[in-house]
Write a protein that binds this ligand. Structure first.
Ligand code: PLP
Length: 459
């Protein structure tokens, strides 16, 4: 993509970098971290597919931060829209009708499937999930929500209890009304399946059984990521989402698809659900809707669920719901993505560069057990032994046990690539705007860094 790639990083300024770091360490309490064990890099700026520190190191961003900068860093059109909106009206309460909020909602509704035409805005993804659950519970009058073991849905109360990774454990109230089940993942099949068809059929049967034994009349919603992201970028087998839709219909259960990470171009379509016959009742979104330039998320709501709240007040709200600066950035982002063919670029880069390039790396590096994904949403599963599929590091490893992954990440950073690393995987998730030559540069660095992982292969 042309608009984003030209940039000039300022001259290195290590003294400022050291001062930023010292103040950060004195006063910033960081997410998900043992505060004394972290060493956050001090970052001076970014542009397009790159960001840089104060010491003269520039990184190709293969993480899109937390998989949110779908249009890259500092897209000039979106920066300008935020500046213009700031000059006009920084904030206004959610109860008023305002141009950018109405237009942002209209543009999102234009892209959501079916009759999901009403948009409730939140400040981010977790609150979107929180409110989707609230809508489903009020709509059905039922308490329980089913979610997948391999999932991430956010860190607020309902969202973290729905989450299926170790970050839930410390907050698991065991009374949040959540029941977990296994979603399909052929490479580590919970159902001992050998084909996508078997995995799909057995996963649907397992879900049916879970519902039967929980009592369908107690279940308000099933929530799934269309493509589970943080948990390993696992596109569902054909037929799975349609099968879940059918089960929900049969039992009067609300079907929620979480598109917070997979939505807005990441998979090479506007929504990941567009790849399949999914038909959800509610869709949660955040991140890519405006690349996170100003915090925002939301829920797209079907006509039937919206009608529940026609005469009865919706029991939820937020001071900053539909914040004008965030909404202005959504309007500019969605226009820019359409005008510049950014979603199509993500699809092409996936089909022609990242997919073939990663599969080629898999052939040459014994530490690569599997690559999977679509668009600019790929996982490279690292293993000690391709035959047994033993992960390169144990589940939820830290410290010395996580050393092989730490070595891989350090090698990538030394060579100028910022990788996304989760457990025994690296996720290849650059901006949707990445050019072919940038993607190829990144693959060349991964090639080099994977030799660090290969050194731990035992099989
Ligand atoms: N849902 C999914 C699928 C996510 O990937 C995330 C964040 O990574 C969230 C929800 C939570 O979003 P946020 O961090 O904006 O609260």
């Amino acid at each position: 993509m042309s608009t984003n790639s030209a940039y000039s990083a300022p001259a290195p300024d290590p003294a400022t970098g050291a001062a930023v770091k010292a103040t950060d360490r004195a006063h910033v309490f960081h997410s998900w971290s043992a505060q004394a064990l972290i060493d956050p890099a001090a970052i001076a700026g970014g542009q397009g597919s790159y960001f840089w520190d104060y010491d003269g190191n520039r990184y190709l961003d293969f993480s899109s931060q937390l998989v949110n900068t779908n249009i890259g860093h500092q897209h000039p059109k979106v920066v300008a829209a935020i500046q213009e909106q700031a000059a006009k009206m920084c904030t206004i309460a959610p109860g008023f009708a305002v141009d950018v909020r109405a237009e942002a909602a209209r543009l999102i509704a234009e892209r959501t499937p079916g009759d999901l035409d009403k948009i409730f805005f939140t400040n981010g993804g977790a609150e979107a999930v929180e409110n989707a659950v609230r809508m489903a519970r009020v709509h059905t009058g039922r308490p329980k929500v089913l979610s997948a073991y391999r999932s991430y849905h956010g860190a607020t109360n309902a969202a973290i209890n729905l989450t299926g990774d170790p970050r839930r454990w410390a907050s698991d109230s065991a009374s949040a009304g959540v029941v977990h089940f296994w979603s399909p993942f052929l490479y580590r099949s919970p159902f001992h399946a050998e084909t996508e068809e078997q995995e799909c059929e057995r996963a649907l049967r397992h879900l049916e059984d879970t519902i039967a034994f929980e009592g369908p009349q107690t279940i308000a919603a099933i929530i799934l990521e269309s493509v589970p992201g943080t948990a390993g970028i696992m596109p569902p087998p054909p037929g799975y989402l349609a099968g879940v839709r059918e089960i929900c219909d049969r039992h009067g259960i609300v079907f929620v698809l979480d598109e917070v990470m997979a939505g807005f171009g990441r998979t090479g379509r506007w929504f990941a659900l567009d790849h399949w016959d999914a038909r959800p009742d509610l869709v949660t979104f955040a991140k890519g809707v405006n690349s996170g330039y100003v915090p925002i998320g939301g829920v797209a709501i079907s006509a039937e669920i919206a009608a529940t709240f026609d005469e009865r007040p919706y029991p939820g709200g937020l001071t900053y719901s539909g914040h004008p600066l965030a909404c202005a950035s959504i309007v500019a982002t969605l226009h820019t993505m359409a005008d510049e063919g950014i979603v199509e670029n993500a699809a092409t880069i996936g089909e022609q560069v990242l997919g073939p390039g990663l599969r080629e790396l898999a052939e040459r590096h014994p530490s690569v057990g599997e690559v999977r994904g679509l668009g600019v949403f790929w996982a490279v599963e690292l293993v000690r032994d391709r035959k047994t599929r033993e992960p390169l590091v144990p589940y939820n490893a830290s410290g010395a046990a996580n050393q092989p992954m730490a070595e891989f990440a350090a090698a990538a950073k030394r060579a100028g690539l910022w990788p996304a690393v989760n457990m025994n995987r690296t996720h290849v998730v650059p901006p949707c705007t990445i050019s072919e030559s940038e993607a190829k540069d990144g693959l060349a660095i991964l090639d080099e860094a994977l030799t660090a992982a290969d050194a731990h292969v035992t099989g």
